[in-house]
Design a protein around this ligand. Structure first.
Ligand code: PEP
Ligand code: MN
Length: 332
C-alpha cells in the first residue's frame, strides 16, 4: 500500500506514522510517501483521514508499478533524459572494463566522434572465475574521472560489492548494479541513497517480479532515477551466452513505470549478433542500449568475444538512426 501524506506535517511526524505502520518512508517536495507491505489493507483512522491519496497495491511491486504512477519516470542523463515522454533512446557504450589510459582514451575519442554522451566501463568487475581480471579498482575510477573532464562524457560504472560502493558513488555519474548484484539489498539501498541515476541489471535467473522488487528497493529510498536493464537470462540454450528476453521487455513496458534499456552484448556473448539485436531492440522502441566496444577486442581483459571493434560499433550505430526515427525516437 502506498500512502501520500500532505507536506504540511513535519518529517518527524511522517516518520512516526511510518513507524506505527512499519512502513518505509521518504519525502518528495510536494508530499510524504509511506509504503507498507502489500499484505496490509486497512489504515489507522488518523492516517486514513489525513492521506492525500492511497493505493492498495496487490503485490510488493509498488513504487515501480504503472498502477501507482502511470507515466514513465524521467531519468536525468546530464542535461537530457530518458523516459518521460519516451522520445529519446540513449546509447551507453564503452569497453567492458577500463584497462589502461590508452585504451579508455581511444574509447572516448570514438564515442565523442559519434556524439555519444555516456561512457560505460567497469573498474570493479564481477567475474565468474577468481583467476581472471577483476578491474583496476580506484585507479580505474580516477582514469574515468580524467576522461569525464577531458571529453565531457558522463561516466557509468559498476559497484560489485559493498567494499567500494561509496567510492563508485563518489566518482560515477550513473551507477550500475550488475546482474550478479541484483539481489544485494545493501548495494540497492546504497544506490537508492546516492540519489544518482542507476542502471539496474536483471539477474540472469531473476524473474521480472524479482527485478521490479529490486527496483522498489532503490525507489523506496526516495530515488526514482532507475533504468531497468534486460541483459539476457539463462535458458536451456548454450550456443549463445544468454537469451535476450524481449517478451519480458514488453511486460516491463506495460506494467512498470521505469525506462527500460537493453544490453545485447552480454545476452549474445559474441560480437557477430550484437548489431542485429541492437537494431531489433531499437525497433521495439526501448529507452536505451548498452553496448560493449573495445579498441582491440581480441586483447580485452574481460568479455573479449562480445565486444565490437570501433569500426563495427560505428557501422551499427549509424544503422540505428533510421530505425529509431521510424518508431518516433531520437538517438541521444
Ligand atoms: C557488465 O556490464 O560488464 C557486466 C558484468 O554485466 P552483467 O552484470 O549483466 O553480467
Ligand atoms: Mn562486460
Amino acid at each position: 500500500m502506498i500512502i501520500h501524506l500532505p507536506n504540511t506535517i513535519t518529517h518527524a511526524h511522517a516518520q512516526e506514522l511510518a513507524d506505527e505502520l512499519e512502513a518505509l518512508y521518504f519525502a518528495k517536495e510536494a508530499y510524504h510517501v509511506l509504503v507498507t507491505s502489500h499484505t496490509i489493507h486497512t489504515l489507522p483512522s488518523e492516517i486514513a483521514a489525513m492521506a492525500l491519496q492511497v493505493w492498495d497495491m496487490p503485490t510488493d511491486m509498488q513504487l515501480s508499478a504503472r498502477s501507482y504512477m502511470p507515466h514513465t519516470h524521467r531519468v536525468a542523463i546530464g542535461n537530457t533524459y530518458i523516459g518521460g515522454d519516451g522520445q529519446n533512446q540513449l546509447m551507453i557504450a564503452g569497453p567492458c572494463a577500463v584497462e589502461s589510459r590508452e585504451q579508455i582514451e581511444q574509447s572516448c575519442q570514438m564515442l565523442k566522434s559519434l556524439g555519444i554522451k555516456v561512457l560505460r566501463a567497469g573498474s570493479y568487475k564481477p567475474r565468474t572465475s577468481p583467476y581472471t581480471f577483476r578491474g583496476l579498482g580506484e585507479d580505474g575510477l580516477k582514469l574515468l574521472t580524467e576522461m569525464r573532464e577531458k571529453y565531457g562524457l558522463l561516466i557509468a560504472t559498476e559497484m560489485r560489492d559493498a567494499t567500494h560502493a561509496d567510492k563508485v558513488i563518489e566518482y560515477a555519474d550513473i551507477v550500475q548494479v550488475g546482474a550478479k548484484a541484483m539481489y544485494d539489498h545493501g548495494l540497492l539501498t546504497a544506490a537508492g541513497q546516492s540519489g544518482k541515476p542507476v542502471i539496474l541489471k536483471r539477474g540472469f535467473s531473476a524473474t521480472l517480479q524479482e527485478l521490479v522488487h529490486a527496483a522498489d528497493f532503490v525507489m523506496s529510498c526516495g530515488n526514482d532515477q532507475v533504468m531497468l536493464c534486460e541483459r539476457g537470462i539463462r535458458s536451456y540454450e548454450t550456443q549463445t551466452r544468454f537469451t535476450l528476453d524481449l517478451c519480458g521487455v514488453a511486460w516491463l513496458k506495460k506494467h512498470c513505470n521505469l525506462p527500460v534499456i537493453l544490453d545485447p552484448s552480454h545476452a549474445m556473448g559474441y560480437a557477430y549478433g550484437v548489431a542485429d539485436l541492437a537494431r531489433a531492440c531499437t525497433a521495439m522502441g526501448v529507452d536505451g542500449l548498452l553496448i560493449e566496444t573495445h579498441p582491440k577486442p581480441e586483447q580485452a581483459k574481460s568479455d573479449a568475444a562480445q565486444q565490437l571493434s570501433h569500426e563495427q560499433f560505428e557501422e551499427m550505430y549509424k544503422s540505428l538512426e533510421p530505425i529509431a526515427k521510424a518508431v518516433g525516437k531520437t538517438l541521444i
